[in-house]
Design a protein around this ligand. Structure first.
Ligand SMILES: Cc1ncc(COP(=O)(O)O)c(C=O)c1O
Length: 366
């Protein structure tokens, strides 16, 4: 797998500077631009242009090896990708076990506009084929179940039937998995998670090598007004500068924790693509550069799962994931179709032995 050059990424701005320029990215907090006379070729208005976004998108494009557009959240990016690609009468396939708000968007807003929506579980997604489907949306590994799908095969099969593919790559980031290189048409990501990495803002992006699709996505952003705030764009840019080092630590720690959790008597089941017996392992080995920072563990009961999470001083009981602080939650509390004692654990940047000590102590006390 070709991985992005993150050293080059860190110097993208620096290598274009002239004497006296600030090395750090300036934050442009302005809705208006000085614009006398002919407006062409200049920043015009804050809903259309912002220099902080422009540089952020330059960095995102380096990571994705494709043109990128920034959005104010992952859902704003997903909405943009879907509204840019479906129309009345389109048939859309979404995972039944992926992030639930994508399904809500399809059911509550796209269906009433005449889009026919079908759902399938990620583990058996390709069963049933891709006949007459216009847009196929995948999430791999799926959140929270961590099942995977063969992206190259899906892209090829969907294209053969005339459809297009969108992949939500939030759980892996472009450092872990590269859907566009595998033939997927559009990548969407919640950069609120590991890309930003500090749990201090919401952002998202859309990436595609199709100029036609990106033109529609950009028009959608302009017209819908779903634009990122400059400060959020600035925070995401700063987060991206340490993505490589954070992702490396998080994935390495997740592997160690998954192996130890598997051997702990209080744990009934562990899902982590890096475990040799995990159903997603073979696919993850073939398709991803790392096995990720998300894992799940199932304990004996809902009560024990709550106690485990809330008693562990190095786990934040919080929804969302991908931050420097490890966090955990029972996904059944949001209605995900999982065991009530299923805990999604997002491994952060704490030193792994310190983290394991806290997790083990909390499990031992159950
Ligand atoms: C896989 C996945 N995609 C998209 C989203 C939506 O992202 P945001 O909360 O930034 O809108 C989430 C949020 O949890 C997610 O887990």
């Amino acid at each position: 797998m070709k991985t992005p050059k993150t050293g080059e990424m860190l110097h993208l701005r620096g290598n274009a500077l002239t004497t006296g320029d600030p090395v750090a990215l300036p934050l442009t907090q302005s809705s208006m631009y000085h614009l006398p006379g002919a407006p062409e070729g200049h920043a015009s208005y804050g809903r259309v242009d912002n220099p902080t976004w422009v540089h952020l998108e330059h960095v995102l494009a380096h990571l994705e090896d494709a043109p990128c557009l920034a959005f104010p959240s992952g859902m704003a990016a997903i909405s943009a990708a879907l509204f840019a690609t479906v129309k009345a009468g389109s048939r859309l396939l979404v995972p039944s076990d992926g992030y639930y708000v994508t399904r809500l968007l399809a059911d509550r807003f796209l269906s009433p506009l005449g889009v026919e929506v079908e759902e399938r579980p990620t583990a058996t997604f390709a069963e049933g084929g891709f006949d007459r489907l216009d847009v196929v949306f995948v999430e791999s590994p799926s959140n929270p179940g961590l099942d995977m799908i063969d992206l190259a095969v899906v892209a090829q099969d969907v294209h053969a039937k005339g459809g297009i593919t969108i992949a939500d790559n939030t759980t892996m980031t472009p450092l872990g998995q590269r859907p566009l290189d595998l033939g997927i048409d559009v990548v969407v990501s919640s950069d609120t998670k590991a890309m930003g990495g500090h749990s201090d803002m919401l952002m998202g992006h859309v990436a595609s090598r199709s100029a036609q699709i990106m033109e529609r996505v950009e028009e959608w952003r302009k017209v819908s007004g779903a634009i990122p705030g400059p400060h959020e764009a600035w925070l995401l840019h700063r987060g991206l500068e340490t993505l490589d080092v954070r992702f490396d630590r998080m994935c390495a720690s997740a592997q160690i924790l998954a192996e130890r959790l598997l051997a702990h008597p209080a744990v009934k089941q562990v899902r982590y693509p890096g475990l040799p017996d995990d159903p997603a392992h073979a696919l993850a080995q073939a398709q991803t550069a790392r096995f990720g920072f998300l894992l799940s563990l199932t304990l004996e009961s809902e009560d024990k799962a709550e106690t485990f999470i809330n008693a562990c001083p190095l786990l934040r009981p919080a929804t969302s994931f991908g931050g420097v602080h490890s966090s955990a939650e029972r996904r059944a509390r949001w209605g995900d179709d999982v065991d009530p004692a299923f805990v999604r654990l997002s491994v952060g940047c704490e030193p792994v032995e310190e983290l394991w000590y806290a997790i083990e102590a909390s499990l031992n006390a159950l």
